[in-house]
Design a protein around this ligand. Structure first.
Ligand SMILES: *Cc1c(COP(=O)(O)O)cnc(C)c1O
Length: 831
């Protein structure tokens, strides 16, 4: 009983101390204290790492005050809370964001100046927190920022992976993965919370017994237990005193377990078991939009769900004792894809087996506080776990899933009597030689809300994948179009543009991006356009320097910066992009260069280590880049570079310096995209298909300010039936020459045949991604882009219009909609 001692011991709280001052002199003083007394460095230390750490601690203690105040305010308001459960949080760096949101950027800059280093030298010491793969993980990070800015009681729950997303190097044009041991030098932003450690159980078996009154009880026995130790990361809102929490769980071995093994005389084995326990949070699975199917991954998923739910329940009990009548009304769990969907049966288990509830009461609560977000329609990403694996790892949880399914199927059969085909289709258990648990169906059945992440995506979900469920429960389904936070993705990453905008309309757009619309009329102001152009050119210089350093390729800032950065995946069609690059090269070689627009093409992104085609596409991009950059005939009219190790911090330099944003997925395949929004917000113009949120971006900017091309989603499905890439190639002289160059080995002189699988995929009538189908339309749209860029005033106008209409794509709007339609939280001011 931790509370019992509190009266006897002194427990000083920050609320008893004067608030820490924010002026430069005091920041310097605290910096020096941390540098010398805490980190133990002195004038002989040559590394700037400790400067960064000392500054991080100086800022963290200022966050801590607001962190506590926020918690006290939430407790006092006894408000409803929401928990964002996600296997991924792609946070990037924290230092700049913390300064910005505390509103002390100038004070810190002055302090850093007094210390005698530059801000950039210090910020560059921070390592990216890369605990995610791509869009889904970065969305979670942007959501946390917006929840804190809107002062909503929302807590993130995730995993503290020892190794985050791998670092990508390029060797001979091929991707090489290196482990990302991001915690090696410590993580100054986190606060370990030993006192909230939870126990998570695996294995064993489920026992049933009746008590003396005849009531049945289940016990999960002979389990292997793992400790979940929380580490909290502060999430500051934008200049509002609120600091929310991201709680990340680390797995640790239990002491009890070791002791048993030790008594059995196998000390070494017990230490080895310790490793097995700690392996659970060792590494992030590097698959984006495809499942791994590995047992360790299921362990991670259950570990997160169980530890987080136990934590919420423990907090509930500490405040409400064992009265759960209001639990369902006061708590909401948002599941970021199916990854944490074990939370559905796990909450049932905790309420029944640990809190003694009956099924009905537990189900009433569970199905009233779970909400599920779907992120993809790709079949390879739909999670299914083998029943055998589930039974081995989580026998009691599987029993509960069976019961959920039985009750669900009886509801289906009373609605559609005798429709056995429908029962088979909708069952949470997929029958077959190796039966599987369909995690998406489990999430839908257990949730009161199911949403897609862009209008088209949500529509395709209810028409296709989830059609049966939509017929049963239309009221559950809704859309929440994604967004990005304008703090990191405009105010922080593009200070030049932010200053220019603030000069004209004030700083209000940072906290409320709808205001950015007020710059739209300035597109007609030649002086404003000129300043806008100068800012873009300066950002292009910054990007060119990065490309020079990382790729040894020189980009001339007078060329069109044409950029595609995102995970490498066939559906995202980096291949279509490189076919266009080859076509431009072919035009130069043939002398077809009248009214030419110089282009600098940048492509970047990581491939899943086991994804053969994605890795081969990287190799092709690198080989094409080398041939083009080394060909004297090209003479600067075309430059191509592959940027290694694409990550959040790289994107902070890339999106401000981009002219043309490539969003060219096969229509119907990209659920939303968020890279598209970062580019748009920073004044890039999009060339894109009618897919995901591109459709909504085009609606906002108007078709004059967006280069659309390609088949629509229904046209893609229609064309599949009679798709004949060979005849498309034969009837298009440009594409024929591109395929000819590819097949001739022009880009793989001493590597005979290596691109054969790529050629085969383009020529395959069953090519899911329909690369050849959209080539002509893409090339034509690129022609229009080149013409538009030749007219500097016209292009700058389009750039301004794009930024001016990016208000919808702030996660503040997205989160307001989640709150209005799903969470129903009241904002709680921090003080
Ligand atoms: C925004 C972002 C993504 C998502 O990009 P898409 O183009 O939407 O796939 C992926 N990775 C990083 C590092 C990002 O910042």
């Amino acid at each position: 009983m931790p509370g019992r001692h509190l009266k006897a011991i002194r427990t000083p709280g920050l609320e008893d101390l004067p608030p820490l001052p924010m002026d430069a002199a005091n920041l310097v003083r605290d910096f020096e204290h941390h540098y010398a007394h805490h980190l133990g460095r002195d004038k002989y230390c040559r590394s700037l790492r400790y400067h960064y750490q000392a500054l991080a601690f100086t800022i963290r203690e200022r966050l801590l005050e607001r962190w506590n105040q926020t918690r006290y305010a939430y407790i006092a308001a006894s408000s409803k809370s929401c928990y964002y459960l996600s296997l991924e949080f792609l946070m990037g760096r924290a230092l700049g964001n913390s300064m910005l949101n505390l509103g002390i950027t100038d004070e810190v800059a002055a302090a850093v100046h007094q210390i005698g280093v530059t801000m950039e030298e210090i910020t560059d010491e921070e390592i990216d927190a890369g605990l995610g793969n791509g869009g889904l993980g970065r969305l979670a990070a942007c959501f946390l920022d917006s929840c804190a800015t809107l002062q909503l009681p929302v807590m993130g729950y995730g995993i503290r992976y020892e190794y985050g997303m791998f670092r990508q190097r390029i060797e001979d044009g091929r991707q090489v993965e290196e482990p990302d041991h991001w915690l090696r030098d410590g993580h100054p932003w986190e606060l370990e919370r030993q006192e909230y450690t939870q126990v998570v159980r695996f294995g064993g078996r489920s026992e049933f017994m009746r008590d003396y009154q005849g009531a049945g009880h289940f016990r999960w026995v002979d389990t292997q237990d793992v400790l979940a130790v929380p580490y909290d990361i502060p999430i500051p809102g934008h200049r509002n005193g609120t600091v929310n929490t991201l709680r990340l769980w680390k797995a640790a071995a239990t002491d009890e377990f070791d002791l048993v093994e030790f008594n059995a005389g196998s000390y070494s084995e017990s230490v080895a078991m310790k490793n097995a326990a700690e392996n659970i949070t060792m590494v992030l699975y590097p698959n984006d939009a495809s499942e791994s199917g590995k047992a360790l991954r299921l362990r991670q998923q259950y570990f997160l769900a169980s530890a987080s739910l136990q934590d919420v329940i423990a907090r509930w009990i500490s405040r409400n004792r064992r009265d759960f009548t209001e639990f369902g009304d006061k708590n909401c769990f948002q599941l970021n894809d199916t990854h944490p969907s074990c939370a559905v049966p796990e909450l049932m288990r905790l309420l029944m087996d640990e809190q003694g509830m009956g099924w009905e009461e537990a189900w009433n609560i569970t199905s009233r506080c779970m909400a599920y977000t779907n992120h993809t329609l790709l079949p390879e990403a739909l999670e299914k776990w083998s029943l055998d694996l589930f039974r081995q790892l989580l026998p009691r949880v599987l029993e509960i899933i069976f019961e959920i399914n039985a009750r669900f199927l009886s509801e289906v059969s009373s609605r559609w009597p005798g429709d056995s085909d429908r029962l088979r289709r909708m069952s949470i258990i997929e029958e077959g030689p190796d039966p599987q648990v369909r995690m998406a169906y489990l999430a839908i059945v257990g949730s009161f809300s199911v949403n897609g992440v862009a209008a088209l995506h949500s529509q395709l979900l209810v028409e296709g994948l989830f059609r049966d469920f939509y017929e049963l429960w239309p009221e559950k389904f809704n859309n929440k179009t994604n967004g990005v936070t304008p703090r990191r993705w405009l105010a922080w990453c593009n200070p030049g543009l932010s200053r220019l905008i603030a000069d004209r309309i004030g700083e209000g757009f940072v906290a409320d991006l709808e205001h950015i619309r007020e710059i739209a009329p300035l597109a007609d102001d030649p002086e404003f356009r000129e300043r806008w152009y100068q800012v873009k050119q300066a950002n292009k210089e910054r990007l060119a320097a990065l490309v020079k350093e990382q790729c040894s390729v020189e980009f001339d800032v007078h060329g069109l910066f044409d950029v595609q950065v995102k995970r490498i995946h066939e559906y995202k069609r980096q291949l279509l992009n490189i076919l266009h690059v080859i076509h431009l090269y072919d035009r130069i070689k043939r002398g077809d260069t009248e009214n030419w627009t110089d282009r600098c093409v940048l492509i970047g992104g990581k491939a899943a280590p086991g994804y053969f085609m994605a890795k081969l596409i990287i190799k092709l991009i690198c080989n094409v880049a080398k041939v083009i950059n080394d060909d004297a005939v090209v003479n600067g009219r075309l430059k191509v570079a592959f940027l290694p190790n694409y990550r959040v911090t790289a994107m902070e330099i890339i999106c401000p310096g981009t002219d043309l944003s490539e969003q060219i997925s096969t229509a119907g395949k990209e659920a939303s995209g968020t890279g598209n929004m970062k580019f748009m917000m920073n004044g890039a113009v999009t060339i894109g298909t009618l897919d995901g949120a591109n459709i909504e971006i085009r609606e906002e900017v108007g078709d004059d300010n967006f280069f659309v091309f390609g088949l629509t989603a229904p046209e893609v499905e229609e064309m599949r039936r009679s798709y004949d890439p060979a005849s498309i190639v034969a009837n298009d002289p440009d594409l024929s020459r591109v395929m000819q160059l590819l097949s001739s080995g022009h880009f793989n002189m001493f590597e005979t045949g290596i691109f054969a699988p790529i050629i085969a995929s383009i020529m395959n009538p069953r090519d899911l991604w329909m690369v050849a189908a959209d080539f002509r339309s893409f090339v034509n749209a690129q022609r229009r882009v080149s013409e538009a860029y030749l007219d500097r005033e016209r292009w700058t106008r389009m750039s301004i219009v794009n930024t001016a209409h990016s208000g919808k794509f702030s996660t503040d709007r997205t989160i307001s909609e989640y709150n209005r339609d799903i969470w129903h939280l009241k904002p709680v001011p921090a003080s």
